[in-house]
Structures are given as structure tokens and as C-alpha cells.
Design a protein around this ligand. Structure first.
Ligand code: UDP
Length: 237
């Protein structure tokens, strides 16, 4: 049996026979507020596996390298093994969530340019917002790696924002994670899904993302299904 390397809130990571390849299993578990709110949402694992695979393949085709290799089952995909840099890179186009609270801005306000933020991935500290000097003194990433992450994050924003716009959906904000691969390169990794992005329907103004779970809006799975369906529906493996 393959070794379970890591179990996160929404995914399990297994070592495969190839030392450079991991198997990711997307779970049905949903958590919010640093794990305080929990639920099992049947079908979420399959939806996020499909949606993440779609976005990673799309980005690869557009020249943004990432860890995705291929889907191998409805809930699983193979990815390149990387050492995750303990930073969450958030890009925002519209004010929502913690930015609204922190700066006292109204949710839904358009930002005149994308805003990039870094959060320190540390559950005990509650993932605090940090700046480039904090990242340097904590030695979380080099200046060059940070520049690379920011450049890729803004590219991802342009590509996914444009794509979702064509499907009648606004990309409000999202979170990315990066890792260092076997060759020492910075590689886009982790997940891109309605768990990690805010998507708003342009016509109905409905939220089609994890805010439905965070804010008890109901119809969480239906919203994730809507995202997958606009992307072209379920892909076979
Ligand atoms: N996000 C995430 N994981 C986190 C924190 C945030 O995927 O641990 C995503 C979130 O879904 C949203 C964006 O990053 O798309 C910005 O989140 P925000 O800082 O507004 O935090 P929240 O309101 O979710 O606490």
C-alpha cells in the first residue's frame, strides 16, 4: 500500500512508487475558520478534483507550469512532488472576506489593480498576513522566489479571470500555493477550486464558492456543480 505522506483538511497525499510523483485524493470534508467549522459534503471531493484538474491543465496549456500530471480516478490526481513553501499567496480583484474587514471596505468594491497578499501558513498562529521583510527574516522564501511567485500569481489571475469572465463568472479573489521541485524550481502547486477561489455569478450575483459553506448560504454542492458545468462538465479518466 502506498504511504500516506500528509492529510490536510480537504486532501490526502500519498507517495507513489516514483519518488517524484504523489497521488492526491480530494476528500468530501469541508472546513472553515481554521478548522472550527466542519462538515462532510458528499461529492465535493470529486468536484474539486475535476475542477482543479481543469484549471491546472488550462494553465499548463497557456504556459504556466504547475505540479499537475493527470487525473487517475474521479477523486484522485497525480502531481509532481514539491517541497511546499509555507506561504499562501492571495490575489484579489474585488473586495471580499478578510480584506473588507481589515481595511473597512465594502464587499463588492472593484479594486483599481489586483492586490497580492502573503499569509504565513501556520495553523497555531492562524495564518497571519505578512510582508516581504517578515518573509525574509523568517527565511520562508528568497527575494527571487518571492518575485517569481508574485509574477506567476498575477499571470494566473489574468488567465483565470479572462476565462471565467467568458463563462459569466467574476473571479473575485483566490489563494495559491507554491513549492520547490526536484530541480529547485518554483512550481505552482496545491489546488485551484471553489474551496480556494471566490466566484460570483455575473447575472444572478450568487456566490458559487466556499462562502456558501462559510456563511451557511446552503446549496454548496450545487454551486460547485455549476462551476464544473460551465467549464464543460465532468471529464472521464
Ligand atoms: N483562502 C483559501 N485558504 C485560506 C484562506 C483563504 O483558499 O486558508 C482563499 C479564499 O477562499 C478566498 C481568498 O483566499 O478566495 C481570500 O480569502 P480571505 O483572505 O478573504 O479570507 P476569508 O474571508 O476566507 O477568511
Amino acid at each position: 500500500m502506498e504511504e500516506l505522506l500528509y492529510e490536510g483538511k480537504a486532501k490526502q497525499l500519498f507517495q507513489t512508487e516514483d519518488p517524484n510523483i504523489l497521488r492526491v485524493k480530494y476528500k468530501d470534508d469541508a472546513t472553515a475558520f481554521n478548522g472550527e467549522k466542519k462538515a462532510r459534503l458528499t461529492g465535493k471531493g470529486e468536484l474539486n478534483n475535476q475542477i482543479a484538474a481543469w484549471f491546472f491543465q488550462f494553465l499548463k496549456d497557456k504556459g504556466v507550469p504547475n505540479h499537475f500530471i493527470r487525473m487517475i480516478s474521479p477523486t484522485e490526481q497525480l502531481v509532481k512532488k514539491v517541497a511546499i513553501i509555507p506561504l499562501e499567496v492571495v490575489v484579489r480583484n474585488i473586495v471580499a472576506g478578510s480584506l473588507a474587514k481589515r481595511l473597512g471596505l465594502e464587499e463588492g468594491t472593484s479594486l483599481r489593480q489586483p492586490v497580492v497578499e502573503f499569509y504565513y501558513k501556520n495553523d497555531d498562529l492562524g495564518d497571519p498576513l505578512i510582508n516581504q521583510d517578515h518573509i525574509a527574516v523568517l527565511e520562508l522564501a528568497s527575494e527571487e522566489q518571492l518575485h517569481e511567485m508574485k509574477t506567476i500569481a498575477l499571470q494566473v489571475n489574468e488567465l483565470i479571470r479572462g476565462q471565467m469572465d467568458r463563462l459569466g463568472i467574476t473571479l473575485v479573489d483566490f489563494k495559491l500555493e507554491f513549492g520547490i521541485d526536484a530541480e529547485g524550481r518554483v512550481l505552482l502547486a496545491d489546488e485551484i477550486s471553489p474551496d480556494t477561489c471566490r466566484f460570483w455569478d455575473q447575472r444572478t450575483k450568487e456566490r458559487l464558492d466556499k462562502d456558501r459553506f462559510r456563511r451557511d448560504l446552503g446549496q454548496v454542492i450545487e454551486a460547485y456543480e455549476e462551476i464544473l458545468s460551465r467549464l464543460g462538465g465532468k471529464q472521464g479518466v
